[in-house]
Design a protein around this ligand. Structure first.
Ligand code: PNS
Length: 160
């Protein structure tokens, strides 16, 4: 079975993430969307909230499942029998960092990384910018799945 992981912080998932997940699901028998902790980023949603949002947003994709992991991504791949990591590339600045991680992950484990060019319509999208724009009342309706939009507005209202 060809199995891939789409790892990320997903705080929260955007339409850019969903685009990569859907396209990976067309290429692999099974895709695991793994919510990982990025220690350099402050979270708005808990890991289980992020997982629930991803589960709702990917419910129509039968070969996609959602999981979480604390630790090295390559240890997760080893434990789950996953041969490939799939990540989206928005820009040249993404490429520098993603290439470095891909090479490190291959060096320590042999797991391959496939860098998928993003849909250009989503090149400007990031979870951080979506949160920032929404925090100041900007409209992010078309940037995130409807379920994420609803929860994002609810979380911001709770904070006010
Ligand atoms: O959505 P993000 O924050 O860009 O995702 C980055 C993430 C979480 C995929 C990356 O930081 C990661 O893989 N973290 C897990 C720990 C790990 O394996 N670190 C070594 C990377 S070479």
């Amino acid at each position: 079975m060809r199995r891939a992981v789409c790892p990320g912080s997903y705080d929260p998932a955007t339409n850019g993430h969903l685009d990569v997940i859907e396209r990976a699901a067309n290429l692999f028998d099974e895709v695991v969307v793994a919510v990982l902790v990025n220690k350099s980023k402050q979270g708005m949603f808990t890991i289980s909230e992020r997982m629930q949002l991803l589960q709702d947003a990917t419910a129509q994709l039968p070969n996609v499942r959602v999981d979480s992991w604390h630790g090295l991504l390559t240890d997760y791949c080893k434990e789950q029998g996953i041969q490939s990591i799939v990540k989206g590339l928005r820009s040249v600045s993404d490429f520098d960092y993603e290439l470095q991680m891909a090479q490190m992950n291959r060096e320590i484990s042999g797991v391959e990384t496939l860098l998928m060019s993003n849909n250009p319509s989503y090149s400007f999208l990031s979870s951080s910018l979506v949160k920032e724009v929404a925090t100041y009342g900007g409209d992010v309706t078309d940037m995130v799945p409807p379920v994420v939009h609803e929860r994002l507005l609810a979380r911001l209202a709770e904070r006010d």
